[in-house]
Design a protein around this ligand. Sequence first.
Ligand SMILES: [Zn+2]
Length: 239
Amino acid sequence: MDSSALRKLLKLQEADMRSKDMETRLETLPKEMNNLIAQRDKIAAGTAAAVTVVKKIKLRIQQDEDLIAELESASEKLRQQSAMVKKNNEYQAMLNAIELNKKKISEAEERILAAADELAEAKKSGAKIKFANDAEIKNLRVEFEELFNFSKVVKEEIAKLKAERPDLIRDIPPVLLSAYESLRTNKEGAPPLVTADNEICGHCRLKITAQTAVAIKRGEIAHCDNCQFLLYDPESLQS
Ligand SMILES: [Zn+2]
């Protein structure tokens, strides 16, 4: 038997399987790209958190500096007033208040000193985090662009395969083509046309009948008696 129909069908199947692979790949791409975006957001949040730590320490320092300024001006006022009071107990109360302010100021100064160390540490570690995270985000961006470009290539290839398909199905006997087409939409995405090595169907793995074995040896394309997939003998391509 002329093997040209078989050759054509195999060529069609090769293109269809390739197209299917490409489509499957294309379906996974948005998820992969979203994963990269999520990773980037997480890393950017890490950088922002390090900046927030620095800001909070600066704010604490600022609050203590404001407090010191307030206490100093309050004490200054008390000193001026104390020069004018005549009663000893009032004078003493003012001195006590000034003394208390002094204590509060020195506590605030201690906090500022501690916070200054903390600030230097936080800035240092924040810079380190930013440096590492920026590099990682840059890598993610490269990866994202690669996926994006790859998706374009895949789409182009799918379009090309689709455009070429009418040429591939031309001259395939209609009965054969329609059997192929109805098998092609199987849910495993398995190739409809398979070999039967040692008389075992390449799809369902069951033994084919002697009659079918003879038919494919003759170069025919036959249906598996069990799963109905199309069977052929690769040796018939050699003639
Ligand atoms: Zn089978």
